[in-house]
Design a protein around this ligand. Structure first.
Ligand SMILES: [Ca+2]
Length: 198
């Protein structure tokens, strides 16, 4: 009986495939299954998740007359130059050095204007703040009239970190946006990622 058992075990061992070098070295074989994922060029939100942009302050329809136009201001902080206020990106921003901070747009033509928008980066790291802003308009670049009196505007990532200022309707070739206060603790000036004129 014992002999039979030894014979059976020997036959079984001879029938087993030889060990691979990795098995001889005691390494564990890893099986990798590659699954093709669908092409994706934007974030997907399941329908049952609330849409965070649903609470955003709506932006006006129509052409943004400020986009890419000549713009100037006084001193800025660090690398946050004035050209960042109308480059079309809410990632880049302008920050003034002190107050009042005047931003002057040359619209390169005369247009009816009715709304100015001011946007910060909508990311939550840009915590809520209040900025005081007024808007003046001019057809000749010399004589300006007030289109919106100084007002305090609440920026909040919950509402897109953006505000809109309704103007007394006017014709304008030049628009001056004047900042006189920013409640954000870590800044010494006004901040805007994008200013729009409609
Ligand atoms: Ca920008």
């Amino acid at each position: 009986m014992k002999r039979l058992l030894i014979l059976a075990l020997t036959a079984l061992l001879l029938a087993l495939p030889p060990l691979t070098p990795a098995e001889e070295a005691g390494e564990i074989e890893t099986i990798v299954t590659v699954v093709a994922a669908p092409d994706q060029d934007h974030a997907e939100r399941p329908p049952c998740f609330p849409d965070p942009t649903a609470n955003y302050v709506p932006m006006p329809e129509g052409e943004n007359l400020a986009l890419g136009k000549p713009v100037s201001s006084g001193a800025h902080t660090d690398v946050y130059v004035i050209g960042h206020v109308n480059d079309g990106s809410t990632v880049s921003y302008w920050e003034s050095k002190g107050y009042p901070a005047e931003v002057l747009f040359d619209l390169e033509g005369t247009f009816p204007v009715s709304v100015v928008t001011v946007c910060l980066n909508p990311a939550a790291i840009w915590e809520p703040r209040i900025q005081e802003i007024a808007v003046l308009v001019s057809t000749d670049g010399e004589t300006f009239t007030e289109a919106a009196a100084p007002g305090k505007y609440q920026f909040d990532p919950e509402t897109g970190n953006r505000i809109r200022i309704d103007l007394a309707p006017a014709e304008a070739a030049f628009v001056k946006v004047v900042f006189t206060m920013n409640s954000a603790a870590r800044t010494g000036g006004a901040q805007a990622a994008e200013i729009g004129i409609y």
